[in-house]
Design a protein around this ligand. Structure first.
Ligand code: MRU
Length: 367
């Protein structure tokens, strides 16, 4: 049997440890192409252009990217104890420059800065240990990324278990964008309950919004869930009310890029529409979020920076011919904020948080 998309790592280290290897997600589902990212510019571009995308995967890519870049930074002197101070200065200044640069690739997903800050913490603690030379610091950074990857898998699985407790066999689930394996290291967040349910014979029906303008639902979610053998009818974004009205949707699961302290959640543009429609039909709307996506420093959704993207994504990128007048003004925010009042629960790896979220999320983060 041929290799399925689910057999690939979303983000990995090359065998020679000199490159980040990703699946170029802009080519899916038509072509599965692995590409190597070696320079800061290549890593930045891959994140900005959504060759790698999804909040947790962006974080892993940046963490691995900064490890590769740090490993490739030339030291001014041989890596010995007597040269440590000068070498450390050089390594640290390259590290901080790369960290700042990569953090700017996409502003909304908090996992990007979360992962880079975590790597910076490792760098600092190694720097404080005078027994460690530059080679040791570089190895420690690689080890930390592997820990992040393993944690991501465990976190998604745990979200899956909690999410599965909220549905039953035969249910219809609606999802928006791709919060699947392609957005994480395995299982996804919003798709984790679905994968676990599938493993246990739940016979779920996963209605998947195509997700204009970049079609992550159609190109990625429909692709990876069907590769797993899951029933995944595809919908245009403007069909969610129509399908909900039929009574075939029992729950909505979506991922998110940043959850504010009060539970407002930023996710792919169109998510808040799904939430509002779900509420009008009395369908539970669940946000699946690793705690690394919760940002206690952002008090509410009004403070989340929303990425604005190229107008061409709306007017021509996916069409044979341009589908809007030349020079038309285009509004193209990549994300929107779903008000916490529309969210039935936020499912994290530590449990199911319910309103008031400022209390429940705080308790989970402190646990
Ligand atoms: O622009 P994208 O494709 O990176 O947007 C992705 C999403 O909105 C996902 O739902 C979110 O990052 C969660 S991924 C587990």
């Amino acid at each position: 049997m041929g290799k399925s998309i689910l057999d690939y790592d979303t983000v990995a280290l090359s065998d020679d440890k000199k490159a980040v290897v990703i699946i170029d997600q802009t080519l899916l589902p038509n072509e599965t192409k692995l590409i190597e990212l070696k320079t800061a510019q290549e890593i930045w571009d891959a994140i900005y252009l959504l060759k790698v995308r999804g909040a947790p995967a962006i974080g892993v890519c940046a963490a691995l990217g900064i490890s590769v870049l740090t490993a490739g930074t030339a030291l001014p002197l041989p890596d010995t104890q007597e040269n440590r101070d000068r070498n450390l200065d050089a390594l640290r200044s390259a590290f901080l420059k790369d960290k700042e640069y990569l953090a700017g690739a996409r502003p909304t997903a908090v996992n990007l800065t979360w992962a880079l800050e975590r790597m910076a913490g490792v760098f600092d603690s190694c720097a404080a240990d005078r027994d460690l030379l530059m080679e040791d610091i570089r190895n420690r950074l690689y080890e930390e990324v592997e820990l992040i990857r393993q944690e991501d898998i465990a976190v998604c699985r745990s979200i899956g278990e909690y999410g599965l407790s909220l549905i039953k066999p035969g249910d219809g689930i609606l999802t928006h964008c791709n919060a699947g394996q392609l957005a994480t290291c395995r299982y996804g967040t919003a798709t984790a309950p679905i994968y676990l349910g599938h493993e246990r014979g739940y016979d779920l029906h996963v209605f998947c919004d195509e997700t204009r303008p970049l079609l992550q639902g159609a190109r990625l979610t429909a692709y990876e869930l069907s590769a797993a053998g899951i029933d995944v009818p595809l919908l245009c974004d403007n069909m969610c009310s129509s399908i909900m009205r039929t009574g075939r949707i029992q729950a909505v699961f979506v991922g998110c890029d940043r959850v504010a302290a009060n539970g407002d959640a930023a996710n792919k543009i169109g998510t808040s529409v799904v939430a509002a429609v779900a509420k009008s039909y009395g369908i539970p709307f669940y946000v699946c979020a690793p705690l690394s996506t919760v940002d206690p420093k952002t008090p509410d959704g009004g403070h989340i920076v929303i990425e604005q993207r190229d107008p061409d994504e709306v007017t021509q990128m996916w069409y044979k011919k341009r589908m809007a007048p030349e020079n038309i003004h285009v509004y193209n925010p990549a994300f929107d904020v779903t008000d916490n009042s529309l969210i039935t629960a936020i499912i994290t790896e530590k449990g199911i948080a319910r309103a008031p979220y400022d209390v429940s999320l705080k308790e989970m983060m402190e646990a």
